[in-house]
Design a protein around this ligand. Structure first.
Ligand SMILES: [Zn+2]
Length: 188
């Protein structure tokens, strides 16, 4: 049951985070991923060793490994991005470590950080979508515009409700949203 502080001391925070974040891969689930060996391994894992080492990355240490793996698992723009240093990820873009992160996140056991807006998510947000091609480009939005756009337009939260939840007046969120829409959808 002990998580061993001595082990944690071996994990260095990343200096190279900015470099790594230049183009992390968008997470794509393999077809039928719940039947993959990685998924089965992730959901039967009882080991709780590991933890976040910075806002984007965590160490994931599965029972049958002798070493933890460093996993990037973070929200950027309107996507979930993931990367792992293990061989399975390199060859198949899917592995038990990333599967573990998703399994834990869905159950509310880990917090995932949004690198642009600074928000922490205890569960996958409603705006996160994995299927279909999108031509939406949110890269020009400010953090506050992006946050409003994701929450209100993509996840369908009411402007008043979101303003109340974040201690702002409705007009502030409404203005952010208007500016975001113009940038994303173009001038009309
Ligand atoms: Zn991995």
């Amino acid at each position: 049951m002990s998580t061993g502080p001595a082990q944690a001391a071996d994990w260095e925070p990343s200096d190279a985070l900015d470099e790594r974040l230049t183009d992390p891969e968008r997470l794509a689930f393999p077809e039928d991923y719940t039947h993959t060996e990685s998924w089965q391994r992730a959901i039967t894992e009882r080991n709780e060793h590991g933890g976040p080492i910075n806002e984007a990355e965590r160490m994931v240490w599965l029972e049958d490994s002798d070493k933890p793996k460093r996993v990037l698992f973070a929200l950027i723009e309107d996507d979930l991005h993931a990367e792992c240093g293990c061989a399975s990820w390199q060859y198949r873009d899917w592995c038990a470590h990333v599967a573990w992160c998703w399994w834990k996140w869905v159950r509310g056991h880990i917090i995932v950080h949004h690198m642009d807006t600074g928000r922490d998510y205890r569960h996958p947000p409603a705006w996160l979508q994995f299927s279909g091609d999108r031509d939406r480009d949110v890269s020009g939005l400010t953090p506050a515009e992006l946050d409003a756009y994701l929450t209100c337009d993509l996840a369908g939260v009411g402007v008043t409700e979101y303003a109340d939840a974040t201690d702002r007046v409705k007009g502030t969120v409404g203005n952010l949203l208007s500016r975001a829409r113009v940038k994303v959808e173009g001038e009309r």
